[in-house]
Design a protein around this ligand. Structure first.
Ligand code: NAD
Ligand code: DAU
Length: 364
């Protein structure tokens, strides 16, 4: 266990990459609220999945604590300039191409952003860290449980589970994890890696399972269930993930990896049934016109991992984190958030998103 002296206790100025996406938005809102003396610079390329408007109120109300930089992590010159201008106490690296289905249709962007972009960021960061000589500096790399591949019907992913990624997305995240480890072992950059299970909550782009299903129910569209619907994911409320990341950033040991999960394993079809029931109640649909009638089993995702399940014992025992939110309660609150934010849904679905849905589902 790390000594108290090396635990971060002071005011922090941190660089967040990919902060306009789903988890990054929640992380920035949660952190600035929880740590009133922290400052965050958000570097985001604003791809189809990034929406800086999620944080526009912060940019207006607290410009001294929240600053948005529109830029790409692959732009080495820009990233180096940012490190030269700011004395960052650490980096929390979310920026990535994050959707498995997109990676099947266009893998190259995943290698470019997730592997090469991470290398550019590490390189600029390492240069600044060597010049500034900051012993308490941390680079936290936000990664996924998908790097471990697929589980059978029992067992859990632990930090030493061998990497066995299935999709171009998970292979590119595995590549980025290896690069982060290489920068720790070769140059001594104080890096920490977290590998987390499926998140749900507000601000998730509606190509991922939960928001896609909610919106399709609202619009009486088909609910496309891949394969037999029995693939299992381990669901974690996004604020629990944000808390785990803060814990790892503040108390984690450089060079270490921490698995993060919700202990809420569900088959996809179970989750979809629960969503249908929640929406039937809210939309006052009865058994005859229940949204369950919209469920359609479609062709399976190629290379579809059967089951993910996280053993989060290490971060619990060593750093004291465990999830606080119960799946059924937080899922109901998530449904209500989307029902209350139809303007947000319409905004993020305009343009690019529509094209993506056309391409993806036409080919199934
Ligand atoms: P997201 O797709 O919602 O957001 C990604 C953000 O990164 C967007 O704002 C996008 O504009 C930005 N971005 C993409 N390419 C960029 C580039 N080249 N330069 C700068 N910015 C760029 O993703 P998310 O679901 O919020 O996931 C964030 C991170 O967490 C990812 O690294 C992902 O692998 C990891 N993760 C996600 C989950 C999950 O369930 N969503 C679980 C575990 C780990
Ligand atoms: O495990 C962590 C990962 O979780 C993150 O690293 C990824 O960034 C994140 O996107 C998520 O990956 P998944 O592939 O598990 O999430 P997705 O929402 O795309 O799919 C969840 C499950 O639902 C998966 O088994 C595929 C299935 N699915 C998905 C969609 C979009 C369907 O059956 N129908 C659908 O339309």
């Amino acid at each position: 266990m790390k000594s108290e002296e090396t635990i971060k206790t002071s005011t922090q100025t941190i660089l967040v990459t990919g902060g306009a996406g789903f988890i990054g938005t929640n992380f920035i809102r949660h952190t600035l609220n929880k740590h009133p003396d922290w400052r965050i610079v958000n570097l985001d390329a604003v791809t189809y999945a990034g929406n800086p408007a999620n944080l526009a109120d912060l940019a207006e109300k607290i410009p001294e604590r929240y600053h948005f930089v529109h830029g790409d992590i692959r732009d080495g010159q820009l990233v180096e300039q940012l490190f030269a201008e700011e004395q960052f106490d650490g980096v929390i690296h979310f920026a990535a191409e994050s959707h498995v289905d997109r990676s099947i249709h266009g893998p190259i962007a995943f290698a470019e952003t997730n592997v090469l972009g991470t290398c550019r960021l590490l390189s600029a960061c390492n240069k600044a860290w060597e010049q500034q000589g900051r012993p308490d500096f941390r680079f936290l790399h936000v990664s996924t449980d998908e790097v471990y591949g697929s589980l059978g019907s029992d067992g859990f992913f632990v930090e030493t589970t061998p990497y066995d990624p299935s999709s171009p997305y998970s292979a590119s995240k595995a590549g980025s994890d290896h690069m982060v480890r290489a920068w720790y072992r070769t140059y001594g950059l104080p890096t920490i890696i977290t590998n987390c299970s499926n998140n749900y909550g507000p601000y998730q782009f509606p190509e991922k399972l939960l928001p896609l299903m909610i919106i399709n129910i609202l619009e009486s569209k088909a609910l496309p269930v891949y394969g037999d619907g029995k693939n299992v994911r381990d669901w974690l409320y996004v604020i629990d993930h944000c808390e785990a990341l803060l814990t790892a950033f503040i108390k984690g040991i450089p060079g270490e990896t921490y698995n993060i999960g919700g202990g809420a394993e569900r088959q996809n079809i179970e989750v979809i049934h629960t969503l249908c029931d929640l929406l039937d109640e809210r939309l006052k649909l009865n058994a005859k016109n229940s949204s369950r009638s919209l469920i359609q089993f479609v062709k399976d995702r190629p290379g579809h991992d059967r089951r993910y399940a996280i053993d989060a014992g290490k971060i619990h025992k060593e750093l004291g984190w465990k999830p606080r939110f119960d799946f059924d309660t937080a899922l109901a609150e998530t449904v209500d958030w989307y029902l209350d934010h139809k303007d947000w849904i319409n905004y993020v679905r305009s343009g690019e998103y529509q094209k993506w849905v056309d391409t993806n589902y036409k080919e199934r």
